[in-house]
Design a protein around this ligand. Structure first.
Ligand code: AMP
Length: 237
């Protein structure tokens, strides 16, 4: 009886380790070549599928396509952080200079031609591109954080979650009256967080020019909470 191949077996073969971030390892049903295993991996900015046959430890790499679109760098993690949530992970995007460049270019296109004084990044995944955007737009960067993280005097805005409440905070001197503000986060889901950030900005007298996101999850209708604002994203799901 042949032993089924596991991802550990495959990673013990040096060549396979070269594939780097192995995304999935599915044991497929038996076929004419006994157990066959399919792995998807990223290496040198390209997508690969690897087939491995355990009778001969015979492997073959199929080149699929270069990682050309931003979508290629977004990894879906089912049931994270809890059951039923499909988490849109931007870690592969951040690990790729090409991915970051592509995404930054697209985010800049969304705001093209508009003067911006400050870019707000929403903790924590909003920080990455908000700082890059701020540099490119010759604007300042403002972090909006979870309660208790900012060291100076803060303004707090709470918002409803499915069960319970959460809150966001901003430094009270972060915005001057009339400043033109771009709000940025990685994902627009239900819109509760971004709506709370809009309230903070307006309480400090800021003028919200746009709320932009790497992606919006349309089925959660986050845009409905941001009526009256210019809401844009690079990707829509
Ligand atoms: P919401 O207030 O529901 O729009 O949630 C937005 C915040 O939660 C953002 O800061 C996102 O980073 C995070 N978030 C919500 N849903 C997801 C998801 N499916 N994948 C990744 N991040 C998410």
């Amino acid at each position: 009886m042949k032993k089924p191949i596991t991802s550990k077996t495959l990673e013990s073969i040096g060549f396979i380790r070269d594939l780097g971030r192995i995304q999935t390892c599915n044991l497929l049903s038996r076929n004419q070549v006994h157990y066959s295993v399919m792995l998807r991996g990223h290496f040198c900015g390209c997508k690969y599928i690897l087939f491995c046959y355990n009778d001969k430890i015979n492997y073959k790499i199929n080149y699929i396509s270069p990682m050309n679109t931003i979508e290629d760098f977004i990894r879906d993690i089912p049931n994270f952080p809890k059951e039923g949530i499909l988490f849109k992970d931007i870690a592969p995007l951040l690990q790729s200079p090409k991915g970051v460049r592509l995404c930054l270019e697209e985010l800049l296109k969304l705001i093209e031609g508009q003067k911006i004084d400050k870019v707000i990044g929403i903790e924590s995944r909003g920080f990455f591109f908000a700082t890059l955007l701020a540099q490119k737009l010759n604007a300042g960067f403002i972090p909006v954080r979870k309660p208790g993280k900012l060291p100076y005097k803060t303004l707090t805005q709470s918002y409803a979650l499915e069960y319970g409440e959460d809150a966001v905070e901003i430094h009270i001197d972060a915005i001057e009256k009339g400043e033109r503000i771009l709000i940025h986060d990685d994902v627009l889901a239900t819109g509760g967080t971004a709506e709370a950030v809009c309230k903070l900005v307006e309480k400090l007298g800021g003028n919200i020019v746009q709320c932009n996101f790497i992606m919006q999850l349309n089925f959660l209708n986050g845009k409905d909470k941001l009526k009256g604002y210019d809401v844009k994203s690079v990707l829509e799901y």
